[in-house]
Design a protein around this ligand. Structure first.
Ligand code: GLC
Length: 491
């Protein structure tokens, strides 16, 4: 099977969030399973090249932007020996000039241009993959553009699949933006599929949904939620009309990178084979050293409650802020590692940091720091993810692997991966789950966790071991995607 993935991110060369992790984990799994897999991303100025080994192969082709023809290239590299990555750019370096992945001026035009260029590359270089797999609005329109450029129907046998990682971001634009990549309503057999259902604008993700062969999202529960008026962000009718052409496939986690047994960032590594007591000891040591690094003192009888998140409302950050403010009375220590704070949220979390440090209960770190994240997972006893909605969520899966018990809201992928320990006897129980996305809801689950930690360390240890044992690797999702590719290929 020949599969091409196209996306706006890929870990570790160009990462902002979970999309990058999925692209890396899934393409690596597919090539491990013996399939010819290629990932194409823009050649941003921020691409971290030290992970990439040049292969010497370059494709050259022509593309179109702002009424001009541009010479463009896809340059091939290998990543971790087993993934092939193609960096796409114009010969004069349109993407090379970009110092960030999102939020650039002209962002929509930039991703439309990228989409047009990928379609030109496919048509002109005579690549004929079995499957073209695109991700999120930034690349969702590529299959539709391919169809309008492929006059000789050379790509007729290629099947397309779109994975939507978050329906919040839909790619709103206008015909003027589409015209910049040389396309007009006349180029589309049915231009109305681009129309946004709510607003007077075009909607790229909707056009993608209605033009690909199969649409997936990143967990089964989220795939149901987005078919409701509350969850669908205006697309619930469109998604409901797809029938079995739309489904949820739970993401996997890359255990080559997220594994406390071999994690180079941890002060003290640990694995299941050590058993409950020695794992607890190792985690305690990790906590001591992390706190030393942060200039804090460990309180031995208090659990460390951690959160690693982008500071956006989706993640339930005000619930976290409120609970962490009460660390002293709740009898916990807490560390929050938060990225992309804006002018509205930053002062709130700076104030939380001051309060936590004043009483010696923890800290807030406003940055994204890979090493710090690994150390925090390695040290944490409880990991909170009170998201208002969560398509899949990867942090709760990492927490489980590192022996930190998750406290999550029952939504999207969190609902599919965390089973409440108080919900009746189940071999899957691995955390604490709440329903209401408000303070009493979150507090009740967090309190249950704090009480179990302080009163019954043996039961706590059993849940910790159970979480560490669970398999959320890419193996099963990889099989599932292959099954879907095969199903499409036979169509
Ligand atoms: C988005 C979603 C997150 C998901 C990730 C990878 O970032 O918000 O829930 O885990 O994509 O699919």
């Amino acid at each position: 099977m020949q599969v091409i993935h196209v996306a706006s991110e890929m870990t570790p060369v160009a990462k902002v969030g979970g999309l990058g992790d999925v692209l890396m984990g899934l393409t690596r799994e597919l090539s491990w399973k013996g399939h010819e897999t290629l990932a194409i991303i823009p050649n941003y100025g921020v691409v971290d090249r030290h992970w990439l080994t040049p292969t010497g192969r370059v494709d050259t082709f022509d593309t179109c932007f702002d009424g001009m023809t541009h010479r463009a290239t896809v340059t091939y590299y290998t990543l971790y020996n087993d993934i092939t990555v193609g960096l796409l750019d114009t010969e004069w370096g349109y993407w090379k000039q970009q110092q960030k992945i999102y939020g650039n001026n002209d962002e929509v035009a930039s991703f439309l241009f990228f989409s047009r260029a990928v379609a030109d590359w496919l048509v002109q270089t005579r690549r004929r993959p079995n499957i073209l797999h695109v991700h999120d609005w930034q690349t969702a329109i590529i299959p539709l553009i391919c169809r309008s450029l492929d006059r000789t129907k050379d790509l007729a046998s290629m099947r397309s699949i779109l994975t939507v990682h978050n329906f919040e971001y839909q790619g709103c634009c206008h015909w003027g933006d589409i015209a910049r990549v040389g396309l007009f309503p006349l180029n589309f057999p049915d231009p109305s599929i681009l129309q946004d259902p709510w607003h007077p604008c075009l909607n790229i993700i909707k056009a993608g949904i209605l033009s690909v062969d199969l649409v997936t999202t990143v967990s089964p529960t989220y795939s149901q939620e987005v078919k409701t008026a509350e969850g669908g962000r205006g697309l619930h009718h469109v998604l409901s009309s797809l029938g079995d052409k739309f489904l949820g496939v739970l993401n996997g986690l890359d255990y080559a990178f997220w594994n406390p047994e071999i994690d180079p960032f941890l002060f003290e590594r640990f694995s299941l084979s050590l058993g409950m007591n020695r794992i607890a000891k190792a985690k305690q040591e990790n906590k001591k050293q992390l706190f030393q690094q942060l200039g804090l003192h460990v309180c031995d009888d208090r659990p460390l409650v951690a959160s690693i998140t982008r500071l956006v409302p989706q993640k339930g950050i005000y619930l976290i802020q409120n609970a962490f403010f009460r660390a002293e009375s709740l009898g916990m220590q807490c560390v929050l590692l938060g990225s992309v704070a804006d002018a509205g949220t930053e002062p709130l979390f700076r104030a939380l940091d001051t309060e936590l440090r004043r009483k010696g209960n923890g800290a807030v770190l406003l940055m994204s720091d890979e090493m710090m994240a690994h150390r925090l997972y390695g040290a944490a006893d409880i990991f909170v993810v009170p998201s208002l909605f969560e398509p899949c969520g990867l942090t709760q899966l990492i927490a489980l692997k590192y022996g930190a018990i998750p406290v999550v809201r029952r939504t999207g992928g969190l609902a599919d991966t965390v089973v409440d320990v108080d919900g009746g006897a189940s071999a899957q129980s691995n955390g604490f789950v709440f329903d209401q996305p408000d303070q009493p809801g979150f507090d009740s689950a967090l309190l249950r966790a704090l009480i179990l930690f302080s009163r019954n360390r043996d039961r706590w240890g059993e849940y910790m071991l159970r979480g560490m044992k669970q398999d959320f690797s890419w193996h099963n999702p990889g099989m599932k995607y292959l099954e879907l590719y095969q199903r499409l290929h036979k169509l």
